[in-house]
Unconditional design. Structure first.
Length: 93
């Protein structure tokens, strides 16, 4: 009887280890994907120090983050093509 109980206990123990491992892996994947959703969120214009006027030759229309006709990949709200923010990056090409 003792031998049967030990065998059953070991089998349950392995099963528990496998289930917990799979649960931990799933939690790890979920935790790894969480920052992706946060990164997709846009910031307020005030935080980006957005202004409707250009800063020298730097303006939204020649920024790589600008999306025609009046949006930005980082800054929330309507963006003027002649505007500027502290995240301005020169458009390549």
């Amino acid at each position: 009887m003792a031998r049967t109980s030990r065998t059953q206990w070991r089998a349950l123990s392995r099963r528990a280890v496998v289930i917990r491992s799979l649960t931990a892996c799933a939690a790890g994947v979920a935790a790894a994907l969480a920052p992706v959703k946060e990164a997709a969120a846009k910031m307020a214009q005030k935080i980006a120090e957005y202004q409707d006027t250009p800063k020298g030759d730097q303006q939204c229309s020649n920024c790589s983050l600008f999306q025609e006709p009046n949006a930005c990949t980082l800054v929330d709200g309507e963006i003027s093509p002649a505007g500027w923010c502290k995240f301005w990056v020169k458009k390549t090409g």
